[in-house]
Design a binder for this molecule. Structure first.
Ligand SMILES: Nc1ncnc2c1ncn2[C@@H]1O[C@H](COP(=O)(O)OP(=O)(O)O)[C@@H](O)[C@H]1O
Ligand SMILES: [Mg+2]
Length: 235
């Protein structure tokens, strides 16, 4: 199976090379756990590998995301300039929606599916940050159906994608989005029982076609983005 680098070298090793190409992966976690950073790291790497990419950002403007990414060493600007990376202004589209008082007609997952449907065929890689935006006020069955359709569409069109979801929306929807996607990476902060300190961990409950070790994988958010922590010896 062809894989696309996550942009995190040590994580690629745990995933037999990276994310299965043409498939859709969910990244779930509390605010501040690094979901957006992980998405940007993946995008930056895909751009460097020459892929055509798109970012659909529902919570921040592309400008802000680019400033944050650049501070961590992931300069996306040249790729936007050479049209390799499209920034889709979903936050502004949402704001317009609210302004115009189309309140009964808020942006929905369908709008994202339509958008992706209309995207040029040569866009290989898509990051959607954050799906949780669309879970509010939607019933569970509807949410499941729509996420199913979105994941189906992405994989049918062979776009390798990362979709993030915040922990609150993920819990409220009973983690149902995990059923629709090809794989899931959960990001969390937990107390290390050996040190008594809060530490960052990722857990990969599902990645089809991939042998998983089912361990908690320690990581850090550094000035150069996400890095896996070296295994600790508990002496
Ligand atoms: N330069 C940096 N050095 C260390 N940690 C950083 C740096 N920049 C951001 N972070 C960490 O990243 C977190 C934000 O990550 P982000 O991807 O935006 O989280 P999420 O999208 O899950 O809410 C911050 O709370 C901070 O802890
Ligand atoms: Mg975020």
């Amino acid at each position: 199976m062809a894989r696309l680098s996550t942009g995190i070298m040590e994580l690629n090793k745990k995933l037999q090379g990276g994310i299965p190409e043409g498939e859709c992966i969910l990244i779930a976690g509390e605010p501040g756990t690094g979901k957006t950073i992980m998405g940007m790291q993946f995008l930056y790497n895909a751009c460097k590998e020459g892929k055509k990419c798109a970012l659909i950002a529902t919570e921040e403007t592309p400008e802000k995301i680019m400033i944050h990414a650049k501070a961590l060493g992931f300069d996306l600007e040249p790729f936007v300039e050479n049209n390799q990376l499209s920034m889709i202004r979903f936050l502004e589209m949402r704001a317009y929606d609210v302004d115009e008082e189309y309140n009964s007609n808020y942006m929905q997952i369908d709008d994202i599916s339509n958008l992706i449907h209309m995207m040029q065929d040569d866009i290989d890689v898509i990051v959607l940050d954050n799906l949780g935006t669309f879970s509010i006020g939607v019933d569970l069955k509807e949410f499941r159906d729509k996420v199913d359709m979105l994941a189906y569409l992405l994989s049918k069109q062979k776009r390798t994608s990362i979709i993030t979801i915040d922990a609150t929306a993920h819990e409220l929807t009973h983690k149902i989005a995990e059923y629709s996607t090809y794989g899931t990476i959960r990001l969390m902060v937990k107390e290390n029982p050996y040190t008594g300190k809060m530490e960052r961990f990722m857990y990969i409950p599902k990645m089809r076609g991939t042998k998983l070790s089912m361990e908690l994988i320690g990581y850090d958010i550094t000035e150069e983005g996400i890095k896996l922590s070296p295994p600790k010896t508990n002496k």
